[in-house]
Write a protein that binds this ligand. Structure first.
Ligand SMILES: [Zn+2]
Ligand SMILES: [Zn+2]
Length: 245
């Protein structure tokens, strides 16, 4: 029971760090927040991603490229040039590492206006820290797993970020329905995106990239949006005025 609870909590906290902070704030600036809260959520995203920490600058750049070049050869992660998801993820990883280590020239329009804390990155991005998180997950399982097969869930903790990325980037541009005729192959995969906290409304999101609610129709539900509204009410964030497309 404790193992399942830990898996669910880790899954959703890490996902929230990604969709709320890295994606909707870092890459799209759908809302603003004070430096205090920015640092708070930067650390939140790091700790909840743990061993699979994603650098917010590299995330923002790759994600902005994804929007600009959606499902073309310049898209860092389109499923339409790969036979299976693993090869696509390896391709994305290579671009991510090149951007992260400044080995490629990045278009200036992508390379600005993102949260950046090099001092935190130095700790979060080191192998020492990543492996420590991995050891922590393993010790936790060692303590609380009541059956051997529960250990089969451990790799999900090690690779939480890339697993989320793989599901969204593959399924979100391949399986589902479309509300908007964008020039790409983006899809809405689920009506109620409980699994990925709204990230699987790719078609809606590509249609209106700065809209904080990824659900468009009355039957759709984006679980992150009520949290954003709550944070806005509590003055943790300030919603930006939505520009209509
Ligand atoms: Zn997309
Ligand atoms: Zn986006």
């Amino acid at each position: 029971m404790i193992i399942f609870l830990a898996l669910i909590i880790h899954w959703y906290f890490s996902l929230f760090g990604q969709t709320f902070f890295l994606h909707r704030y870092g890459a799209h600036k759908m809302f603003t927040m004070s430096k205090f809260w920015e640092k708070f959520f930067y650390i939140f995203a790091w700790v909840t991603q743990g061993s699979s920490y994603l650098n917010p600058r590299a995330y923002a750049i790759l994600h902005r490229m994804h929007h600009a070049y959606s499902d073309t050869e310049k898209d860092p992660h389109t499923p339409h040039f790969f036979k299976e998801v693993f090869t696509m993820m390896m391709h994305t990883k290579k671009i991510y590492n090149d951007v992260l280590n400044k080995r490629v020239v990045v278009d200036e329009k992508f390379d600005r206006d993102f949260p950046e804390y090099p001092a935190i990155d130095r700790i979060a991005d080191s192998w020492y820290t990543r492996i420590s998180f991995g050891v922590l997950y393993t010790v936790f399982y060692w303590q609380f797993a009541t059956h051997w097969w529960m250990f089969l869930f451990l790799p999900i903790h090690y690779l939480m970020g890339p697993i989320h990325g793989a599901i969204v980037n593959w399924a979100g541009h391949k399986y589902g329905y479309r509300n908007h005729n964008e020039g790409d192959k983006s899809k809405n995969t689920l009506f109620w995106d409980i699994l990925m906290m709204g990230e699987l409304f790719q078609n809606n999101h590509h249609h209106a990239g700065s809209k904080p609610n990824f659900a468009n129709k009355w039957f759709e539900f984006d679980p992150t949006y009520p949290v954003i509204l709550l944070f806005d009410k509590l003055h943790i964030i300030k919603l930006a005025k939505v520009r209509s497309k």
